[in-house]
Design a binder for this molecule. Structure first.
Ligand code: NAD
Length: 468
């Protein structure tokens, strides 16, 4: 366990940014503090008949908007401090990308590898029941989502448990990241990694920033290293390699590998599935420890595992010119300063990994509207596009083939709309961060991101009339 108190790290970043805002210290304190903290313990009957006590938390950081929103993490490292930090980050993240939710986070202190699927189901259902009992879940109250160690399967169990105990018409909106058949949305699974890619692409398109760190614009041709090949790390790597970037290093629990010629992501995933490890893949070199991957020669480092990975101890050895924080809190405050001082471009977690909550917001909207995106307008759009194409054919010599007609008249499906909404959000938010950075003459996107969040949340409180 790291010596870094995660919540303290988040608050250090907050304080650094708060001096650039105009709010009263009392209001800043209100924004910073966690509003409600629920600590719960409950018994689990294990498959062998023994009883074990399970410990969990749900923290609602800010109620300036309802519902609150945030993932549920299953990890043996979960504790109250971590859950508070992650809940606070959720408030700031939602504000940065203009998602109208307050921040929350949940955690259960278990290592998923130590439990069978049916034990995990019992834990998830009982944890949900405890949240329901205390009013810590509901479509308009607090809406969980997946995080480290959880996914669509767990979200499905949560919905089913909630439904059994509630006749709420909007019950499906009590949790996001669900399987499609249970009201989930196409594009949610890959959303965080896809957002990471959009954010990196946006950063790499700013010529002045690339000139400063001695790189060409664009993602194509850049080398990157990823730490953690889970949901976020895998999908971020998938879109990065799809755009022509070269993956040269990977770290996972079992170790780390390096190949300057490039690592084939799909082949690596298959290899890991077969052998249970990334070690020994292709012509890659094995590194002494998985943390060594962070110090590899590369253009972009994507930490996508857990917090406090880049610290005051190893920051000086990190060679990447761009740090794309896919995980929450991977860089401690002192490490941030070391990286910044040597000129690295840090794309902060509160912006870069917001894709998950953006698409969760779309899922929640879909659930409360009770209609799939594209269902109403897709056919109408297609027939309008066909009419326009027919007019073009009639007034010109241009004739469209059947394939061209199909392609050009295609009406947007749910996935198309979700993806375009996510892309738009990540681009707009990045432009806002650049504006703030220029306005305050900062050389720091993390502080810019916090300023953005504090300003948006602060104004909400002012409008509520709580503060003069
Ligand atoms: P995940 O459980 O799917 O994957 C995490 C991966 O990291 C696993 O494969 C694990 O084996 C690996 N890992 C753990 N410790 C490691 C280490 N020391 N070195 C190398 N690899 C290690 O989790 P995820 O959902 O991908 O979440 C990863 C991070 O992204 C977390 O910080 C999470 O809070 C953040 N995040 C996730 C989402 C989401 O939608 N899932 C959204 C925003 C932020």
């Amino acid at each position: 366990m790291s010596d870094y108190k995660f919540y303290e790290q988040v608050n250090k970043n907050f304080d650094k940014a708060a001096v650039y805002t105009r709010f009263h210290p009392g209001l800043l304190k209100q924004i910073k503090i966690c509003n409600t903290i629920y600590h719960v313990t409950f018994p689990l009957r294990r498959d062998d008949g023994t009883i074990e006590v399970i410990e969990g938390w749900r923290v609602e950081h800010s109620h300036h908007k309802s519902p609150t929103k945030g993932g549920i993490r299953y990890s043996h490292k979960v504790d109250e401090d971590e859950t508070m930090a992650l809940a606070a980050l959720m408030s700031y993240k939602c504000a940065i990308v203009d998602v109208p939710f307050g921040g929350a986070k949940g955690g259960v202190k278990i290592s998923t590898r130590d439990y069978s699927v049916s034990e995990l189901e019992r834990i998830t259902r009982r944890y949900t029941y405890e949240l329901i009992k205390k009013g810590f879940i509901g479509p308009g109250v607090d809406v969980p989502a997946p995080d480290y160690g959880t996914g669509a399967r767990e979200m499905g169990w949560i919905l089913d448990t909630y439904r059994q105990l509630s006749d709420d018409l909007n019950a499906e909106a009590c949790v996001t990241g669900k399987p499609i058949q249970q009201g989930g949305i196409r594009g949610r699974t890959e959303a965080t990694g896809r957002g990471v890619y959009f954010g990196i692409r946006e950063a790499c398109s700013v010529k002045a920033d690339m000139d400063k760190i001695g790189l060409e614009t664009g993602v194509e041709g850049k080398t990157f290293v990823v730490q953690g090949l889970g949901n976020v790390g895998y999908h971020a790597s998938l879109y990065m390699t799809g755009a022509g970037a070269k993956m040269v290093g990977v770290a996972e629990m079992e170790g780390a590998i390096y190949d300057p010629k490039g690592i084939d992501l799909t082949a690596l995933m298959e290899f890991r599935k077969e052998t249970g490890s990334i070690i020994g893949f292709g012509n890659s070199k094995t590194l002494p420890s998985n943390k060594d991957a962070l110090e590899l020669e590369c253009d972009i480092l994507i930490p996508a595992a857990l917090e406090s990975q880049i610290t005051g101890d190893n920051a000086k050895n990190i060679k990447a010119k761009i740090i794309g924080e896919a995980a929450n809190g991977p860089t401690t405050a002192d490490a941030h300063d070391i990286l910044k001082d040597r000129g690295a471009l840090i794309l902060p977690d509160s912006y870069l990994n917001a894709g998950g909550v953006v698409v969760s917001y779309f899922e929640w909207l879909k659930n409360i509207q009770h209609v799939r995106y594209g269902r109403i307008n897709k056919r109408f759009d297609e027939s309008s596009f066909k009419k326009i194409l027919n007019v073009i054919e009639n007034i010109s010599d241009r004739k469209f083939s059947d394939d061209e007609m199909l392609d050009l008249s295609h009406g947007a499906e749910e996935y198309d709309l979700v993806d375009s909404g996510l892309e738009e959000t990540m681009i707009t938010a990045y432009q806002q961060l650049l504006e703030i950075r220029n306005e305050h003459k900062l050389n720091d996107l993390r502080t810019s991101a916090y300023i953005s969040a504090i300003n948006k949340i602060g104004i909400m409180y002012e409008q509520m009339g709580i503060f003069p």
